[in-house]
Design a binder for this molecule. Structure first.
Ligand code: FAD
Length: 381
């Protein structure tokens, strides 16, 4: 039988002030803010993957805060106040990323973002115009700019997309390299003294004599004073009462396209389709709305029907006259619920969660991490 040595027990696996479950963006930013405000805290992050294996290293790398059709749909569903609160968190989060890391460290590019409005969407011009004006007005106090969104129809010819009726531009949006951002965050928190434990799955937890004991899939348990669960899509596996469901997102990347006529991040159909340039290649993801039930899964695989739909979208709308091959395909799992607002709270004495980042957790994670670290530290006083 495998036994833990005294050295391991008194170092890697020692009792901690805080254990964070999940080393995606939210777990990492939470550790960063905990150590920043309380450098002496002993903090470990535990992840069941050999690297973070949920959404943070498997997304599209949009540094964005929402497209016009998506923000209007959110306003109609959850009200203006909630839409603005979430946009503000995303916008502040993007600023925090760029304040913490140099652009070249994380592959940040300032190419701007766009939303495509195609003929088959039948969006009346006056409605679209007034939606843009409404959002520009209400976002002004968040972004401190007169306009977030511009109607840029005069640029349609440059891009070469098929059946495009309107193009809405957002010059505040950018793109980054999610793998580089994750690695940079890992290095940063390790430099602050955080212990990273990979390939350990937390199966359950319980309070014993004022400590929180974590049962793992290994031959040992871990213990902590405070537990923070940042497992996003997988949150229900440890906290079944939460309103968080898995939503798989599938992606593909093309071969190099010589003379690709555009650079930037693009949204279509309330954000259900998204694509960007990756150098001269195209990364395209989405189409989850074509098979919601099938994509309600924890399986990190791809499916033929969604991949075929994405290829069809590429041929029909993005590159109607260009030959290309598909070189990469993958999926990641998002955490979604009946509302878009992330769940950040104390679940029970000493147990906290920061989950349900939806489709824009790159931007949300720094603000959510800072917020949950404040709640946890105020508990300590
Ligand atoms: C295909 C796709 C495209 C996306 N595109 C974008 C985008 O362009 N821009 C954007 O802002 N957002 C995007 N997102 C969303 C964004 O990636 C997520 O919101 C964000 O990464 C969530 O971070 P997280 O730390 O909450 O969760 P995750 O990154 O999912 O991390 C959770 C971690 O918990 C670990 N874990 C789970 N259960 C356990 C357990 N029991 N024990 C130990 N470890 C456990 C997992 O291994 C995982 O590493 C996209 C998501 C997907 C899937």
């Amino acid at each position: 039988m495998f036994q833990v040595s005294i050295w391991e027990k008194e170092s890697f696996y020692s009792h901690k002030d805080v254990i964070i479950v999940g080393s995606g963006f939210v777990g990492l930013w939470s550790a960063y803010y905990l150590k920043k405000s309380h450098p002496k805290l002993s903090v470990a992050i535990v992840d069941r993957g050999i690297i973070p294996t949920g959404a943070s290293t498997r997304n599209a790398g949009f540094a964005c805060f929402g497209s016009v059709t998506e923000l209007i749909a959110d306003t109609l569903k959850s009200g203006e106040d909630q839409m603005l609160e979430i946009v503000e968190m995303r916008y502040k989060g993007l600023k925090k990323i760029r304040k913490t890391f140099k652009d070249r460290e994380i592959g940040y590019e300032d190419f701007g973002g766009y939303e495509l409005i195609t003929e088959d969407q039948e969006l009346d011009f006056n409605t679209m115009r007034s939606n843009i004006d409404y959002l520009n007005h209400s976002l002004k106090k968040i972004v401190k700019k007169e306009k977030s969104f511009y109607l840029s129809d005069e640029r349609i010819a440059e891009f070469g997309f098929a059946n495009l009726q309107h193009l809405i531009e957002n010059r505040l949006e950018g793109q980054l390299h999610s793998g580089k951002l994750c690695e940079a965050l890992l290095k940063l928190v390790v430099s602050m003294g955080v212990t990273i434990l990979n390939s350990i799955e937390i199966k359950s937890f319980e309070k014993i004599n004022g400590r929180i004991e974590l049962q793992t899939n290994q031959h040992f348990n871990l213990s902590t004073n405070q537990l923070l669960i940042c497992t996003n899509a997988f949150a229900k596996q440890l906290l079944p009462e939460l309103d968080v469901e898995p939503a798989r997102g599938q992606v593909l990347v093309t071969s190099e396209i010589p003379n690709l006529p555009w650079k930037g991040t693009f949204h279509y159909d309330e954000g259900f389709y998204y694509f960007r340039n990756l150098g001269n290649r195209i990364l395209l993801g989405g189409a989850r709305n074509k098979a919601f039930e099938q994509e309600h899964t924890y399986e990190l695989s791809t499916s033929d029907n969604i991949q075929n739909e994405l290829e069809h979208f590429l041929h029909e709308k993005i590159l109607p006259a260009t030959a290309f091959t598909i070189e990469h395909r993958w999926s990641g799992i998002m955490g979604v619920g009946t509302e878009k607002m992330p769940i950040v709270k104390e679940i029970s004495d000493g147990v906290f969660c920061a989950v349900r980042m939806g489709g824009m957790g790159v931007a949300l994670a720094p603000v959510i991490g800072e917020h949950v670290s404040r709640i946890m530290c105020s508990e300590k006083k």
